[in-house]
Design a protein around this ligand. Structure first.
Ligand code: ADP
Length: 538
């Protein structure tokens, strides 16, 4: 405990004069040091931006957004595809930056710009179709006298707040669809990995695009200022922070969408191709050191193939090479993003072991930076944190189950519901099981593929999220307010039949017509009800 109170009886001193250097340091904006978690080296610094800085940026975005909206999806496509070219031309530099602030292997760092490029192309090219007015069929013959239109008008400023696991791809997931929708975007990347997002902003500036995209750097307070100023908030991160974001958005009555934590189960059935399952689950659990929201975090294996699967999975995980890459690819697994992550992973392993679990490989720090060895755990159960809490690290706890029913029951025994995988030789069985799982996505005999299918929605159930990203047209429409417009199809009269003053026969006619159009069978012409209505209105 620190005690800043003067000791009783101590003489009061005149406050010491501040030196010019001290005064300058106080006025200078606070700075965040960005480190490579694999080596500890400082790789950059960014300012900790204040609430005023954020408000000023948003005011600037608001000035330019109307023109961005006005050029329409095809005008925006030109700029978005220029950015796509820039991403391709600058891939190696971007990967260097991603690698420097995450300690990822080279291959993983190259995935960020490749993924961003793919997504950008999809929404740049398709936005015109997705944002075109809809003219839905009227629900009733009575409504056929109007042309019905649903128009999509972007929220002027979308705030995007992102975590550190994919420092370029994570922003791309939501920034690009929002820009394609015609919104201006303010992005607040994680304070742990802000440099890759700044690369994206550099690209936007270098292609000379309209200033409708800005990055603000800082920690929670900067993120809170984004929420204070944006018209829509898209957040990806932990469930605990997501809850705070939801509360802050509710205070301002601004809409939001949250992609949060997960504890994705994998179910390996006795009829599965065990070799494929063991390779796929090793990849699904260890890719990016398990720091993927949809990584495999727990495995349920049907008894007949349990021993074979565990042996093969352990061999695959043991074979992974761990270290810090340069520009050449030498490793599959690197460091964890920060020390906090390593502490969580170690705790989950230690608590499991203390409760009787066995470590088949890994189980400890890798000996450099924040890195933790890829770990396989068995003899685990649902009383252990490694099975119930999100680990977000390189651990694969494996449980034996008697049958499919037990696998489904345990897979669903979680507060989370982001995604899941099912491994089986029978695709129909896989689909049937998928529909029983409480998860926003299920991949059969594969991992992560839903994330590479932008035509599908990506959203979590339960504590894993609110709303979804992508899903084809919904991916841009979510950043728009929907406007319903009705236009007369027939020549209009001085007055509609039902306008004031009320006349009973007209009302009865209206009620009868609505009933006839909407109800079934004899109730369509329910005379007693009509007569009662007549009585009540006398
Ligand atoms: P983690 O703890 O795993 O780093 P978080 O979910 O806390 O992840 O953070 C994800 C993002 O949310 C980061 O960009 C972080 O700065 C931001 N953030 C954290 N707290 C708040 C908050 N109260 N309001 C807005 N943004 C926040």
């Amino acid at each position: 405990m620190t005690n800043t109170e003067p000791a009783p009886g101590a003489a009061k001193k005149a406050p010491a004069r501040k030196t010019t250097a001290q005064q300058a340091a106080e006025q200078a904006p606070a700075v965040i040091e960005v480190r490579n978690p694999g080596t500890g080296a400082v790789v950059g610094t960014v300012p900790e931006m204040s609430a005023d800085d954020v408000a000023a940026k948003v005011r600037e975005l608001r000035l330019f957004q109307p023109e961005w909206e006005a050029i329409g999806p095809n005008g925006r496509k030109e700029w978005l595809l220029k950015l796509q070219d820039w991403l391709i031309d600058n891939t190696d530099t971007i990967a260097d930056v991603v690698q420097s602030e995450t300690g990822k292997p080279r291959v993983d760092s190259l995935i960020d710009p490749a993924f961003a490029t793919d997504l950008l192309g999809y929404y740049a090219r398709r936005a015109a179709k997705f944002l075109a007015d809809d003219h839905p069929s009227p629900h009733s013959p009575l409504a056929r006298v109007k042309k019905l239109t649903t128009a999509y008008k972007p929220y002027p400023v979308v705030g995007v707040i992102t975590p550190w696991n994919f420092p370029l791809a994570m922003p791309a997931l939501d920034v690009f669809p929002a820009l394609a929708a015609g919104a201006a975007v303010i992005l607040k990347p994680s304070e742990v990995t802000p440099l890759s997002a700044l690369e994206m902003a550099r690209g936007w500036a270098e292609i000379g695009a309209p200033p409708v995209f800005a990055v603000v750097t800082g920690a929670a307070a900067t993120g809170a200022a984004v929420i204070e100023n944006a018209d829509y908030v898209q957040f990806t991160g932990s469930t605990a922070t997501g809850r705070k974001i939801a509360v802050a958005c509710a205070e301002r009555m601004v809409p939001y969408s949250l992609e949060l934590g997960g504890k994705d189960p994998a179910i390996v059935l006795a009829d599965a191709d065990v070799d494929r399952a063991a390779h796929g689950i090793a990849f699904g659990g260890m890719f990016n050191s398990g720091q993927v929201c949809i990584s495999v975090e727990r495995v349920y294996v049907e008894a007949p193939v349990y021993d074979e699967f565990v042996a093969k999975l352990t061999a695959n995980v043991k074979a992974l090479r761990q270290g810090i890459d340069g520009r050449e690819s030498k490793h599959e697994v690197g460091a964890l993003a920060n020390e906090n992550q390593t502490t969580i992973v170690q705790r989950h392993v230690d608590e499991a072991v203390a409760a009787g679990a066995k470590v088949l490989t890994g189980g400890k720090r890798a000996g450099f930076g924040t890195a933790f060895e890829p770990t396989v755990l068995v003899d685990v159960d649902h009383t252990m944190s490694c099975v119930t809490e999100e680990t977000f690290g390189p651990t694969l706890p494996v449980m034996k189950v008697a049958d499919e029913a037990e696998a489904v029951r345990l897979a669903n025994d979680s507060i989370y519901g982001l995604s899941a995988t099912v491994w089986t030789g029978d695709k129909e069985r896989g689909e049937r099981i998928a529909r029983q799982l409480n998860a926003g996505a299920v991949n059969i005999n594969d991992v992560f593929v839903n994330l590479f299918s932008f035509a599908l929605p990506m959203g979590g159930w339960g504590q894993s999220g609110v709303g979804a990203r992508w899903g084809g047209a919904n991916g841009v429409r979510k950043y728009c307010r929907q406007q319903a417009i009705t236009t007369p199809l027939l020549p209009t009269q001085e007055k509609e039949l039902f306008w004031f003053p009320y006349k009973m026969p007209k009302l009865l006619f209206a009620v009868a017509a609505m009933r006839a159009a909407g109800a079934r069978g004899l109730r369509r012409i329910d005379l007693p009800a009509v007569l009662k209505l007549k009585g009540d209105n006398k």
